[in-house]
Ligand binder design. Structure first.
Ligand code: ADP
Ligand code: MG
Length: 427
């Protein structure tokens, strides 16, 4: 990890850009970068410092991300479009080479952390609506004003403007910034072994979380619900590392698996509607705590085919013309438009799923499904645009506090597993 061409090891108190930025603590990391909370001594504000790995291909990717971020920031002088702002960028030379660094406005926890914090129980629909509005404002801006496709929209890449735990928010808590290296910093840095330990701890925690989640699904001792009152649900879209201009050629395989649109799997050509598909998957996950599609490979079939099967079980059969229309179609569909290896599908439409598995009221389920289903049209050109979606009446509905309480009580007692209903037969 921390070797030539790789990550730059940062220690608390490290200075960047000639002393302007001082590292405070690690916020997160991705495939190509580590992200640190830093203090900007010029503006006296906290910022997020994204430090890219140094090898040439990562530098190139960072230059691209900076180009997109600059366009996004310049096009939104009033800072009202729900996208992260680029404050500055520079190069930093360390023992592993030269790293491109992006200085971003400091934001709070990701929606993935919010979902986890809420113990995978699904957020109140009123909160889901607020979050959806922000994401759609961001998408509409990117798509219509800039012609940019994000192509990696998912809960992890949407950050709250506030923090789940206000005591952890340096701005709200009025924390004094660290201006100098703490004593004994030789051990305070991040080394290979601390990363390893962290990853192992994280893996253990993930396993514990899953068993906790299973226990609650089985109707076991339900943990008391989290109080999310007072958390501002405004959020912003981040991570433009995979974003691109729709009129420029890009790679064939885009998007994170679970949020990938059918036209990408089938290689039938794609454009802005891929983001609308991922948006719908994200909205579902916020409201239920579960991923909408979590495909697996199985005996005699691959992840792609399982993914297509899951889509059809929820949304109905894919029209034949679309099913056989992609460059990859022959791998999965026969000439009648039926899947080759997964022959029996158990249809479980979205509104029923919301009622049966997630205990939505009939009314909430119908309204939410009416909002989501058009976004999940197999024909990408039929999906509403972000602009059209912003006009949807669902976004302006309001559940009473009583409704929301009923929903939450129900969500704690889920005992039906989707997996029980899926039957697959090998070839
Ligand atoms: P990558 O392209 O490597 O996936 P991201 O831009 O998604 O990098 O950032 C990785 C992680 O760093 C995010 O998931 C988040 O936890 C944290 N992060 C990124 N940008 C910010 C920001 N502006 N404010 C606070 N945390 C951030
Ligand atoms: Mg990311």
């Amino acid at each position: 990890w921390y070797r030539k061409g790789g990550y730059h090891a940062v220690r608390v108190g490290d200075q960047f850009a000639g002393g302007r930025y001082i590292a405070q603590r690690k916020l997160g990391w991705g495939q190509f970068s580590t992200v640190w909370l830093a203090y900007d001594t010029r503006t006296s504000e906290f910022v997020a410092l994204k430090i890219q790995k140094s090898a040439a291909q990562f530098a190139e990717a960072a230059l691209h991300e900076i180009e997109v971020l600059s366009a996004i920031t310049n096009g939104d002088p009033s800072n009202s479009k729900c996208v992260v702002r680029l404050v500055d960028h520079f190069k930093h030379t360390g023992p592993n080479g030269q790293h491109l660094c992006m200085v971003l406005e400091f934001l709070g926890d990701s929606l993935l952390r919010l979902i986890r914090y809420n113990r995978y129980k699904g957020l109140q629909l009123n909160k889901v609506r607020e979050i959806c509005k922000c994401i759609l404002i961001g998408l509409d801006y990117m798509h219509r004003e800039l012609g940019i496709i994000h192509s990696d929209l998912k809960p992890e890449n949407i950050l709250l403007c506030s923090t789940i735990d206000p005591t952890k928010d340096p701005i709200r808590s009025g924390l004094t910034p660290i201006l100098e290296k703490p004593e004994g910093n030789a051990n305070g840095g991040v080394t290979m072994s601390t990363i390893d330990k962290k990853l192992k701890r994280r893996a253990r925690r993930a396993v514990a979380k899953i068993s906790e989640r299973r226990a609650s699904m089985g109707g076991g001792a339900a943990k008391s619900k989290r109080n999310l009152d007072g958390i501002d649900m405004r959020c912003k879209v981040v991570d433009f590392g995979n974003a691109f201009w729709a009129n420029r050629l890009f790679t064939e395989e885009i998007q994170t698996r679970q949020y990938r649109a059918p036209e990408v799997i089938l290689q039938a050509g794609y454009s802005f509607p891929v983001d609308m598909w991922s948006f719908a998957c994200t909205a579902f996950e916020l409201a239920t705590g579960d991923m909408m599609f979590a495909p697996n490979s199985g005996q005699g079939f691959g992840e792609d085919e399982d993914h297509l099967a899951l889509m059809m079980e929820l949304l109905g059969k894919m029209p034949r013309k679309i099913a056989i229309g992609g460059a990859q179609s022959k791998d999965y569909f026969d000439r009648h438009g039926d899947l080759k290896r997964i022959r029996r599908l158990k249809f479980w439409p979205l509104d029923r799923l919301l009622v049966d598995k997630y205990k939505f009221s009939e009314n909430d389920a119908r309204e939410f499904a009416e909002f989501l289903c058009p976004l999940l049209d197999f024909a990408p050109e039929k999906r509403p645009t972000a602009q059209q979606c912003l006009q949807h009446p669902w976004l302006n509905l309001r559940n009473s506090a009583q409704d929301e309480m009923k929903n939450e009580a129900n969500l704690g007692n889920v005992d039906v597993g989707m997996s029980n209903l899926q039957i697959k037969v090998g070839k």
